[in-house]
Design a protein around this ligand. Structure first.
Ligand code: PMP
Length: 297
């Protein structure tokens, strides 16, 4: 916290912290994997760059340099003795002035690391998940810009996630105000149509996912015809395959949308190939993508 290693039970904030009341924080979700070159963080620099972009949007001045935060992530992993983990950097408005004007409020930074398995369940990676298109629309570009990962924005995702769980599904997909697919509550959405791999463009209001970007590269290299295209819910019903991507969800097959099976209702061959390629890259098994790995040392 703020440059020091703090014991888990002492990692506390004041109840009058600005971010707790107004959602005025930005964060990242990152993973470290056990790789051929030891424990390594997947696309760490890209995540830290996105953190600074999110902060810029909200006029939050991060009181550390990107290099400091990169070192902080590695220090925290080492201090916890973790070989693979999830990593949560958070830049938040802390304890100071109350009220909406944030400019005199101190900015605090924390980095937490812990072991976190498959986000949507261990068997989800193979069996796939059941998904509901949410009645909640994704945050609009001109209200809470979806290109930023701000803590307060996630109350929108939580509405969608709760609705999906209450209705007996595993995850939600959110549409934008125009009715096009944006993303999952915490994942990007892909679908397969023959040799085509389709995903919504950033202008649809999805987050610029780092896993999404990795999969776009991997799939292009595997010879797929990769397209960023506006998609609607029925495109999912008619897709041959569909899957989520995300740091937490990694590459998770979608086997059903709104009670309709997607393709054969199982993890399809394209999803499987891309999933295997993603995990191989994350574990340092493909030389070409080694530059995505930042060894913890
Ligand atoms: N969309 C949303 C809304 C998310 O919260 C996330 C998780 N950060 C993603 C997509 C996937 O992004 P990434 O692959 O960078 O984790």
């Amino acid at each position: 916290m703020d440059g020091s290693l703090v014991n888990w039970e002492d990692a506390k904030v004041h109840v009058l912290s600005h971010a707790l009341h107004y959602g005025s924080g930005v964060f990242e979700g990152i993973r470290a994997y056990e790789t051929k070159v030891g424990t390594a963080v997947f696309r760490l620099e890209d995540h830290i760059r996105r953190l600074f972009r999110s902060a810029h949007l909200y006029h939050i001045k991060v009181p550390f340099s990107p290099e400091d935060l990169i070192a902080g992530v590695k220090d925290t992993i080492r201090a916890n003795g973790l070989t693979h983990c999830y990593i949560r950097p958070l830049v938040y408005l802390g304890y100071g002035e109350m009220g909406l004007n944030p400019f005199d409020v101190p900015v605090n930074v924390s980095i937490a690391t812990w072991p976190w398995g498959a986000y949507l369940g261990e068997d989800a990676l193979e069996a796939g998940v059941r998904v509901k298109v949410s009645s909640w629309k994704r945050n609009d570009q001109n209200s809470l810009p979806p290109s930023a990962k701000a803590t307060g924005q996630y109350i929108n995702s939580i509405l969608a996630k709760m609705e999906a769980i209450h209705a007996g599904y595993d995850e939600a997909i959110m549409l934008n105000q125009r009715g096009e697919i944006a993303d999952g509550s915490g994942e990007n959405v892909f679908m397969v149509r023959g040799r085509q791999l389709l995903t919504p463009p950033l202008s649809a209001g999805c987050l610029g996912g780092i896993t999404r970007d990795s999969v776009l590269t991997l799939a292009t290299d595997l010879g797929y015809d990769v397209r960023e295209e506006n998609l609607v819910r029925s495109d999912l019903y008619h897709a041959d395959e569909a899957f989520f991507t995300g740091t937490a969800a990694e590459v998770t097959p979608i086997r059903e949308v709104d009670d309709r099976t997607v393709g054969e209702g199982v993890r399809g061959p394209v999803t499987k190939e891309i999933q295997q390629s993603f995990f191989a890259a994350a574990r340092g098994e493909i030389e070409k993508y080694r530059h995505w790995l930042d060894p913890v040392g």
